[in-house]
Design a protein. Structure first.
Length: 113
């Protein structure tokens, strides 16, 4: 499984941003997709996850994770961005046995105040 995250950039506080993560290869191995982020000088933290199949989005406060199965793509919508959201955002995939075994290269999100 190969993952590619994109959509980051420089935004202003209060803006919204949607990141994308495109999966390719043996996508039938994917059971769940997740988003993580790592701010400068901090450990990587879990943002949220969504089942690879199913109908429901995953919503957690300002963060919404959705999925387009036809495009093998997962999205992370971030609303009301804050400077503290500045980080490299990564997408990851786990198989049925668990464990985030597949990672994409991160995409940088920088929020200016």
């Amino acid at each position: 499984v190969q993952l590619q995250a994109f959509g980051g950039g420089l935004v202003q506080a209060g803006d919204s941003l949607r990141l994308s993560c495109a999966a390719s290869g043996r996508t039938f191995n994917i059971y769940i997709m997740g988003w993580f982020r790592q701010a400068p000088g901090k450990e990587r933290e879990f943002v949220g996850a969504i089942g690879w199949r199913g109908d429901r989005d995953s919503v957690k406060g300002r963060f919404t994770i959705s999925r387009d199965n036809a495009r093998n793509t997962v999205y992370l919508q971030i609303n009301s961005l804050k400077p503290d959201d500045t980080a490299v955002y990564y997408c990851a995939a786990a198989g049925l046995r668990g464990g985030w075994g597949y990672w994409g290269k991160g995409t940088q999100v920088t929020v200016s105040s």
